[in-house]
Structures are given as structure tokens and as C-alpha cells.
Design a protein around this ligand. Structure first.
Ligand code: NAG
Ligand code: NAG
Ligand code: NAG
Ligand code: NAG
Length: 457
């Protein structure tokens, strides 16, 4: 009796399973499916990163909604990134979203959307390189929207997948980072290498923070730290009254727009907020005010680590991308605080690289200026240091001036002991100590802090 019951249960179970295995979801209509092969003519014009590109077009889709378009681009031969471009080639094209930045594809790679609704980027041999993982989820179509968002939608127009959920180094207007999904932007390595670089800006409970990670350790160098911004930060603009009866546009980061969420606490007055402009209220961070149309603007973490916005400038006949905000700039955070400002090493004063610190004193700065090469390090052995007066390290403001109070000798002993320490910065007024695992740009800071740079005599 027991056996019979379980047998029929198994039968019933299998029956239900089979029933559900049959796709009951709506599918992509046959005339909306496509397979685009990456071959043929390459486009020209003024193109960011000196890239060449192929416009993606099929019988059913243009993938172009002014001024955005879907393309393959390459900066090195036979190494293509599926991307969204902004702007037109006769003005200037910028790349605002990458699908496969760490895994470029080759000639004859394919981009396809099948009836099941999965958007797939594959190599010519069929190897899948990237996909939206949206098979059998009710996708009925694909669209590139007028805000630059590539979406896969269902029959009610609901987005099943959107490129806005996967920012790389760029936020378009209306695009967010969120702790419930992708919570960061990551820089590209360089103009020619689009893979993940060392800079990131990360949203978490400690703020919206810029990090440099090329020593295996995350070093804070900027952002809006010390404030819990909740779950979401969105790049956007507000329209305001401008000059001469015109309107002005305020570029902003909107914070946690979920109206049910409690407002974040007011920002702490860290010393690093050496910015001239007001930083906005608890729900908004003001970036910059523009007296031209900001409809097409994006915010990007560049390969140099600076966070900048660019706006398609409509005051001239040929539109092009105008820098409309820079985090490290004369009007926001002092430029010398950008670690890469003076290349790998330099002395920076009022936004200019004015010297190359050396054991013999300040020499003229050039791109070749580099931190001293160190011999073998023995932890604890007394190292040699040369002194650089009146400088602070980019980390100092974010570490509340450093550890301590302690004596300068203790700070030095800590650096002696730490083979990763390339120098230390000591504030005589507060007796605080910062160890530097990376030197970069030293910020001129009159008579408060002194740098001691490790070197081999
Ligand atoms: C696709 O087919 C449907 C009917 O099956 C038709 O209504 C629609 O216009 C077609 N779309 C295109 C782009 O041909
Ligand atoms: C820093 O970069 C290294 C090498 O790319 C990586 O292994 C490590 O996880 C990164 N650390 C953090 C905290 O992101
Ligand atoms: C700003 O530009 C957008 C896109 O070109 C346009 O639709 C809008 O009307 C412009 N706004 C103003 C106030 O000119
Ligand atoms: C720095 O030096 C100037 C004079 O050169 C002096 O007026 C100022 O008080 C000093 N600041 C500190 C923090 O010692």
C-alpha cells in the first residue's frame, strides 16, 4: 500500500515537473531575434581612446537612439568590447558602458538574441564570453533607450535586464550604484587597456569612497566618506533658476531616494572637505552648476583616479563633450590630493607639480620623477630617510591626520619595521603619524606636516 502511494506520488510529481519544464513564458517574436557577426566595415571620426568601432545593426534593430548607439570597439587589433557609445563621430564619441571589458572578443564574434530571451556575446567558435542570463524569463524584446540604457523587456514593458544595473566606470544621468547590486565604479587601466584598473569608488555603510588599490591594499584618497548614504546613489541633475532669466542645471548625486528609508545623518566635517562649494543636504550632494543644457551628461571614474562629469555641450553647432565637473579641481577638492597628479612621485603646490623630492632637496619635476629605489628590506633594521618639509600625504585627511599622538621616533620605528612602508608623514602640531605604502603626489601643506622618505644610502 505504502509503495503504491509513493509510486503515484512520484508519477504525479514527474507530471508536474514536465508541465513546468515546457516554456510557459512569452518568447521573443522570431522577427525580433538576431545574430550580429562582428565583421566588416569599421567606423571613423573623433573617437575616445583613439578606438575604431563597428556599429551594431540588424534587420530588426538599429540600436541607435540619439545620441547613444551600440557598438563593438577596439583599441588594440582583434580585441573588441561590446559597448554603448555616446555622441556622434563627427563631434566626438565617448564610451559609456562596456559589457566585457575584462574579456575582449575577436573578429567574427557574435551578439545574438534568441527566442528564449538571452542576450549572448560569443566568440566565433561558440564560446560564451558574456550573457545577460535572461533565458526563459519572459523577455519579448530589446531596446536602447534615449537615456543610454540598453534594456531587455517583457510584454508589459517591464525591464528584465538593463545595462544601467551594471555600470563599469561611468554613470549616465539617472543611473545608480546600489548596495543591493553593483555598488561601485572601477576605472579602466589606461586609454588603451580597458580592463579593471586600480581605482574604484564604492558605496557601502561607510560612505561613497574612492580607493586606490595597486599595492594589494585599499588606500582611501577621496569621495564622500564618513556618512552612511544608505542603499543607493544616483547621478542626476536639478533644474534651477539661472542668470539672465535662463535656467541652470545643478549636477547632483541623489542619495537614497527610497522615501521610506530614514535620511542619512548629516555629513561629518572631516578636514578633507576642503571644498569651496556647499556639499548639499543629507539627500543630495551638489557637484557643479552649469549654465548650459545638461541633458546628456555622464560621470566617470577615469584611469587617473579623478571623478569627472562630461556634458554634450549644445552652445556650439558641433556638439562635443565638455568637462562639467571634476572632483579634484580648483573648485572642489584641491587638485594636489589626486595621488596620480604628479605621476608616480612629485611635490605639488596649488595644483601644480613643482618639484621632485630627493635626498639633495627639491629638483625640477618631470614625468620621470620617481620614488627612491630601495634595496632589500630587513624589518626593524634602521632605514635611512630624507626629509621633505611642509608636505602631507594623500591619505592623511582620511585617517584623521594619522595614528597617535606619538613621538617622531616612534613613527619612524614603525616605518622601519614595515617593509611595505615607503616613508612616513609626521604632524608636529598634533604628533600624528601616517605610514605610506605608496608615495604618489606629496601635497604642499605649510608647516604642519613633514615627510620622511625611505631611501638606500
Ligand atoms: C514582427 O511580427 C509581428 C507579427 O508577428 C508584426 O506585428 C511586427 O510588425 C513585426 N515586426 C517587424 C519589425 O517586422
Ligand atoms: C586589491 O588588488 C588586488 C590585486 O588586483 C586584489 O587581489 C585584492 O583583492 C584587492 N583588494 C581589495 C581590498 O580590493
Ligand atoms: C535640453 O536638451 C534636450 C535634448 O537635446 C532637449 O530635449 C531640451 O529641450 C533642452 N532643454 C532646453 C531648456 O533647451
Ligand atoms: C605656519 O607658519 C606661518 C608663518 O609662516 C604661521 O603664521 C602659522 O601660524 C603657522 N601654522 C602652523 C599651523 O604652525
Amino acid at each position: 500500500m505504502a509503495t503504491k502511494t509513493s509510486l503515484s506520488a512520484v508519477f504525479l510529481f514527474s507530471f508536474i515537473a514536465i508541465l513546468f519544464a515546457i516554456p510557459i513564458q512569452a518568447q521573443v517574436p522570431t522577427n525580433q531575434t538576431f545574430k550580429f557577426i562582428n565583421q566588416g566595415e569599421l567606423g571613423g571620426g573623433i573617437v575616445e581612446y583613439h578606438a575604431t568601432y563597428r556599429v551594431i545593426q540588424t534587420n530588426s534593430h538599429t540600436f541607435y537612439t540619439h545620441p547613444f548607439g551600440l557598438c563593438f570597439y577596439n583599441t588594440t587589433p582583434d580585441s573588441y568590447i561590446l559597448a554603448i557609445r555616446a555622441g556622434v563621430p563627427k563631434d566626438e564619441v565617448r564610451w559609456v558602458w562596456d559589457a566585457n571589458r575584462n574579456h575582449p572578443v575577436r573578429e567574427k564574434a557574435t551578439l545574438s538574441l534568441g527566442r528564449e530571451g538571452n542576450l549572448v556575446l560569443g566568440e566565433a567558435d561558440g564560446t560564451v564570453v558574456w550573457q545577460t542570463n535572461t533565458a526563459n524569463k519572459g523577455v519579448t524584446g530589446i531596446k536602447l533607450l534615449g537615456n543610454g540604457n540598453l534594456v531587455l523587456h517583457d510584454k508589459n514593458g517591464r525591464f528584465i535586464w538593463q545595462s544601467f544595473d551594471y555600470p563599469t566606470d561611468t554613470l549616465l544621468l539617472g543611473q545608480s550604484v546600489t548596495t543591493n547590486g553593483r555598488n561601485k565604479l572601477v576605472s579602466r587601466k589606461s586609454d588603451t587597456d580597458g580592463s579593471d584598473g586600480p581605482y574604484s569608488i564604492v558605496l557601502d555603510h561607510t560612505g561613497f569612497t574612492m580607493y586606490l588599490n595597486d599595492t594589494g591594499q585599499r588606500l582611501i584618497y577621496g569621495g564622500w566618506t564618513g556618512t552612511d548614504y544608505g542603499s543607493t546613489v544616483t547621478f542626476d541633475f536639478d533644474i534651477m533658476d539661472g542668470f539672465d532669466d535662463g535656467i541652470a542645471y545643478e549636477l547632483v548625486l541623489n542619495v537614497n531616494q527610497d522615501i521610506n528609508a530614514p535620511p542619512p545623518p548629516p555629513p561629518q566635517s572631516h578636514r578633507h572637505l576642503l571644498q569651496v562649494r556647499p556639499i548639499g543636504n543629507a539627500h543630495q550632494i551638489n557637484l557643479n552648476k552649469l549654465n548650459y543644457n545638461a541633458t546628456y551628461t555622464f560621470l566617470r571614474l577615469g584611469s587617473d583616479g579623478n571623478l569627472k562629469a562630461y556634458t554634450y555641450y549644445d552652445k556650439v553647432r558641433n556638439m562635443k563633450w565638455e568637462e562639467s565637473f571634476a572632483f579634484f579641481s580648483s573648485y572642489f577638492i584641491r587638485e594636489c590630493a589626486l595621488p596620480s597628479k604628479c605621476g608616480s612621485y612629485g611635490y605639488c603646490s596649488r595644483g601644480m607639480c613643482v618639484g621632485c623630492p630627493s635626498p639633495k632637496g627639491l629638483l625640477g619635476w618631470s614625468k620621470g620623477c620617481a620614488a627612491p629605489k630601495l634595496g632589500q628590506c630587513k624589518s626593524g633594521a634602521k632605514a635611512s630617510y630624507y626629509k621633505v618639509a611642509d608636505v602631507e600625504h594623500f591619505l592623511s585627511p582620511y585617517l584623521d591626520g594619522g595614528d597617535g599622538p606619538m613621538k617622531v621616533g616612534e613613527c619612524r620605528a614603525k616605518c622601519d619595521k614595515d617593509c611595505k612602508c615607503l616613508g612616513f608623514f609626521y604632524r608636529e602640531d598634533t604628533s600624528k603619524c601616517v605610514l605610506a605604502p605608496l608615495l604618489g603626489t606629496l601635497i604642499k601643506d605649510v608647516n604642519t606636516s613633514v615627510g620622511y622618505i625611505k631611501y638606500s644610502k
